[in-house]
Write a protein that binds this ligand. Structure first.
Ligand SMILES: C[S@@+](CC[C@H](N)C(=O)[O-])C[C@H]1O[C@@H](n2cnc3c(N)ncnc32)[C@H](O)[C@@H]1O
Length: 213
């Protein structure tokens, strides 16, 4: 799980060891020790350049936030934002979400955000979608009782696929909207991801739902 693909980024990232956990599986079941408190843990999976998770961390000092990202060249942008703001309640992890059960123990997580996940439009790639039932089974294990998953996407086929997968896996769906930025969900409009800012400028609709375990 070491950062090793791009040495110049690794050199910068290792200087930020207060924010980036290089061997995250060592903290499995012990994330409260890393944060030095027992606040609820909220993950953003596929965090990209991190605007969403960094803004939430600034707004909600009573929660611990973790951004997970596989590409270090975007992760570094998210880390720099947190360093500049001096945030204490946020960490970033560089690993493949396939391995999420190696990093978080049963019931360790309170909320997961899936924002603008890659749609993988070809049917033969459906298992790679982060809302495929194979992933949902893993999320169910690490989420605590009443844990939630909040999803946003601009991609209608992925949204429909996701609604079906979540409901077949026994999640309760709520607060569904096919046009978030023209909806009554004021809180959910306030914090946007980098992709969302771009799509909203282009006039695209944003689909959103919440799922409860
Ligand atoms: C389309 S981008 C969206 C980024 C961000 N959430 C946003 O809305 O601006 C999807 C991100 O998910 C990351 N990603 C996709 N599959 C992943 C995986 N299996 N493990 C970790 N990160 C992944 C990609 O590297 C990419 O940065």
């Amino acid at each position: 799980m070491r950062l090793r693909k791009k040495p110049w980024i690794k050199d910068e990232i290792i200087t930020y060891d207060r924010w980036v956990v290089n061997e995250p599986n060592e903290y499995r079941g012990r994330w409260d020790e890393w944060f030095q408190n027992k606040a609820p843990i909220h993950l953003e999976l596929g965090t990209g350049k991190g605007n969403f998770v960094v803004t939430l961390a600034e707004k909600h000092a009573d929660c611990n936030f973790i951004g997970v990202e596989i590409k270090e060249e975007v992760l570094i942008a998210a880390v720099r934002k947190s360093v500049e703001k001096g945030l204490k309640n946020i960490a970033f992890l560089w690993f493949n979400i396939n391995d999420i059960e190696d990093v978080f123990a049963k019931d360790e997580v309170s909320r997961i955000y899936l924002n603008f996940s890659d749609p993988w439009p070809k049917n033969r790639h459906a298992k790679r979608r982060l809302t495929h039932r194979g992933f949902l089974e893993k999320y169910k294990k690490i989420l605590n009782k009443g844990g939630q998953i909040h999803l946003k996407t601009d991609n209608e086929p992925l949204f429909e696929f996701s609604l079906n997968e979540f409901s077949e896996q026994g999640f309760q769906l709520r607060n569904i909207t096919f046009d978030l930025h023209n909806s009554r969900f004021e809180e959910a409009k306030k914090v946007m991801t980098e992709y969302e800012q771009r799509f909203v400028k282009q006039g695209l609709k944003i689909y959103r739902f919440e799922a409860v375990v």
